[in-house]
Design a protein around this ligand. Structure first.
Ligand SMILES: [Zn+2]
Length: 428
């Protein structure tokens, strides 16, 4: 049984007419996206600010002052850094510990199921990078059922992971009396989100639910599970199973002086540079299996077997797949041109993540037929049309112009800086 009900509150708010950014390859269908009158997305506008307006020397001085204020030289931890073992959090932790002399406790909210390369990178981070780490594994049965509910209700099984990824850090900050919590990048600024938070040093606690959780709380998911499904009942969980999915009491956090910071506020955020740094200092390795399905990149979001389905469902819901996100960022960072980005999107966006499909079905305990019924329930007639029995995007960034990949691929490869290959065993 698959419920027909959808509770993603972001879908109805999206613009009726699909447009693509003139500078990168993202469309205006991304939730919370800012769109300028001249057809430029918020992340491209922010990249102008990042590249031309922000004084990064001054920002680094702010970081040094903050560290000086909070550094503890008495054997206690002085900051929490949530890490996955991926390149981005590795860079944050490495710089804060070794460049700015802090004593971080890194923490990890476990993925649903590690990939071999994800687990290896996590272990390398601890061993090669030399960090202390606490890892939380939520109740496996509850977590699995919540992810299935989230897949059915929101079209994104990742949601229960998102809750803990943010909240767990603050429970540990409370427990160890630590005031600073450092996350990596401000996703709203880097990926075209809400401009109200572009220039903040961290996310205000009051905006968590709206910004991170699609406006959907854990209680919404549980209610959906109880009312709309036949596989979730009150016997399936205890209130204590849910503690780490939600933040601690906001007032208590404020009274304790706990602060939320994004490292990207203080240091310029360039994912490719994070990769080089992590490869050099924390034993990070790109995916030995080659590029990730749905994109051309081989070093981003590798940890979890379910990652590909999070990106695939964004493609189904918004027409924005994993390659669109990667290429948009690299166009903004000047690593590839827009034409190359469009060609890559044409080639890879929306590719089905078959590598871990069986594991995903096992994890969420759904049949293949149920999986496709859930997928189709999230296709809107604005994004999709059916031609000769095949689903096609109604409007794609590569519709106009010739983006034949055979012509563009060599140019794309030759455009990459040589250093791109430095730590990569297999070339593209
Ligand atoms: Zn853009």
């Amino acid at each position: 049984m698959v419920s027909k009900k959808i509770i993603d509150r972001q879908i109805p708010d999206l613009p009726k007419k699909i447009e693509f950014c003139d500078r990168c390859v993202v469309s205006n269908q991304r939730p919370r996206i800012y769109w300028s009158k001249d057809g430029i997305c918020g992340a491209c506008k922010f990249s102008d600010i990042k590249n031309h307006e922000i004084d990064w020397k001054e920002r680094e001085e702010m970081l040094i002052a903050l560290c000086d204020e909070h550094r503890r030289n008495d054997g206690r931890y002085d900051m929490i850094i949530p890490i996955s073992g991926g390149k981005d959090s590795a860079r944050v932790a490495y710089e804060l510990k070794y460049k700015y002399g802090m004593h971080p406790l890194t923490i990890t909210w476990a993925p649903f199921e590690y990939t071999p390369v994800g687990y290896k990178n996590f272990r390398n981070f601890i061993k090669v990078g030399a960090f202390n780490n606490l890892m939380a594994w939520p109740n496996g049965r509850v977590h699995r059922k919540l992810s299935r509910i989230a897949f059915e209700a929101l079209g994104d099984a990742w949601q229960p992971f998102a809750y803990g990824q943010v909240s767990y850090a603050f429970h540990i900050a409370r427990a160890f009396d630590i005031k600073l919590v450092f996350f990596g990048e401000n996703g709203e600024a880097e990926y075209s989100g809400d401009p109200r938070v572009y220039n903040l040093r961290g996310m205000p606690f009051e905006m968590w639910s709206e910004q991170y959780f699609k406006g959907i709380t854990l209680n919404d998911l549980i209610e959906y599970g109880l009312k709309e499904t036949d596989y979730f009942t009150e016997d399936d969980y205890d209130e204590s199973d849910l503690i780490l999915y939600g933040p601690p009491d906001i007032k208590k956090m404020k009274d304790q002086g706990i602060e939320f910071h994004w490292f990207s506020f203080y240091r310029k955020w360039i994912p490719q540079e994070n990769y080089y740094l992590a490869a050099e200092h924390t034993g990070f390795e790109a995916n030995p299996e080659g590029r990730s399905e749905g994109t051309y990149s081989k070093y981003a979001s590798l940890d979890d077997q379910t990652d590909g389905f999070h990106f695939y469902m964004a493609f189904i819901k918004f027409g924005i797949g994993r390659c669109t996100s990667d290429a948009s960022h690299e166009v903004r960072d000047g690593h590839i041109t827009r034409e190359e980005g469009v060609s890559l999107v044409k080639r890879y966006d929306g590719e089905f993540p078959k590598r871990w499909f069986k594991e995903f079905l096992n994890y969420t305990e759904i049949t293949e037929e149920e999986f496709w019924r859930i997928v189709d329930k999230f296709r809107s007639s604005k994004i999709w049309k059916k031609e000769d029995g095949i689903w096609k995007l109604r409007k794609a960034v590569y519709d106009e112009g010739d983006y034949s990949i055979d012509e563009v691929t060599p140019a794309y490869i030759s455009s990459l800086p040589k250093s791109y290959y430095k730590y990569s065993k297999n070339n593209y």
